[in-house]
Design a protein around this ligand. Structure first.
Ligand code: Q46
Length: 304
């Protein structure tokens, strides 16, 4: 099969919209789509400083790559979770990706910072739950302490669709009211704006972009991901997408149109400053400081 736009052999067959593309025209298509997504949801402006959270995996690497190519002012943050060999390899990938791209990389290592790696804390809380809490706190506080305007993450269409489906299955209306491509800055900028530039691109397209552009990434899954229900929801959605191309994007866009329904159920919680770190909190001490037993705030300001 030939590319829809030139005589070169096709490298990918897209199902929605249906077309065959060579690596160059697929790259063009992908970048145009990211640009349109950024504009459609008014994610970031040309003068904003963006912190991309790079895990070493494909999604965040592609996010950093495309944002840099589109001319945005990008720096990266890698959070080394302290999960043995997996984290060591992820950090190496993140370093290589940023070096190739020519963007500054900042590294925060959870074990050095908090004394234990993810998976080493004796707690009844599920590992992924406190891992998520830890990552979200670190990237937000890092961005805040260093004056970034937005944090960009690598969430793609498959992540979003499976998140929505999972939360619908469990009627988590509180989560459904807050999900979306952009989370605006709140609490006098202490909660930094979060954006998802790959919001409308499938995981398959992200993998193809990485391949077409020689982006190397960590392919191994985190050892704690095994058995995650998100993988089951992704498999269900993939099955439906195969039979009815466009299922995922129509599902996510439909959700965005109906999101206001869930917002009416949103319980108003008044945020206040955490007694320890001064960051937004639902209680006297925020869940991060409480979980890690902190008594002093962590200062993430870059020195030198
Ligand atoms: S949450 Fe869980 Fe992931 Fe953290 S412990 Fe691994 S699988 S990395 S996105």
């Amino acid at each position: 099969m030939k590319c829809k736009f030139c005589d070169r052999p096709a490298f990918i067959k897209l199902h929605y919209p249906r077309m065959y593309l060579c690596p160059e025209h697929f790259t063009e298509y992908f970048e145009r789509k990211v640009k349109r997504t950024i504009e459609r949801y008014r994610m970031i402006g040309p003068d904003e400083r963006i912190l991309v959270v790079v895990s070493g995996g494909k999604d965040s690497a592609v996010t950093a790559h495309v944002l840099k190519k589109l001319g945005y002012n990008v720096e990266c943050l890698h959070i080394n979770l302290g999960i043995g060999e997996y984290s060591a390899k992820s950090e190496e990938y993140a370093k290589r990706q940023c070096e190739t791209l020519g963007v500054p990389l900042h590294i925060v290592r959870v074990r050095e910072l908090l004394g234990k790696g993810i998976g080493e804390v004796r707690t009844r809380r599920p590992t992924c739950s406190y891992c998520g809490l830890t990552k979200r706190y670190i990237f937000n506080k890092f961005a805040h302490d260093n004056g970034f305007d937005a944090v960009a993450t690598g969430h793609n269409l498959d992540d979003e669709a499976s998140f929505i489906l999972a939360n619908l299955m469990n009627w988590n209306t509180q989560y459904l009211a807050k999900q979306g491509p952009v989370t605006p800055s709140q609490f006098n900028g202490k909660l930094v704006k979060k954006v998802k530039p790959l919001y409308e691109l499938t995981e398959r397209e992200v993998v193809a972009y990485a391949l077409a552009n020689g982006i190397e990434y960590e392919m191994e899954e985190c050892p704690h991901a095994a058995g995650a229900t998100t993988l089951e929801y992704k498999a269900i959605l993939n099955g439906m997408e195969e039979k009815r191309p466009g299922t995922k994007i129509n599902f996510v866009k439909g959700y965005l149109r109906k999101k206001a329904l869930f917002e009416t159920e949103l319980e108003e919680t008044e945020l206040r400053e955490c007694r320890t770190c001064g960051m937004p909190s639902n209680g006297e001490v925020c869940s991060f400081c409480r979980f890690w037993g902190l008594e002093e705030p962590i200062d993430f300001r870059i020195r030198g």
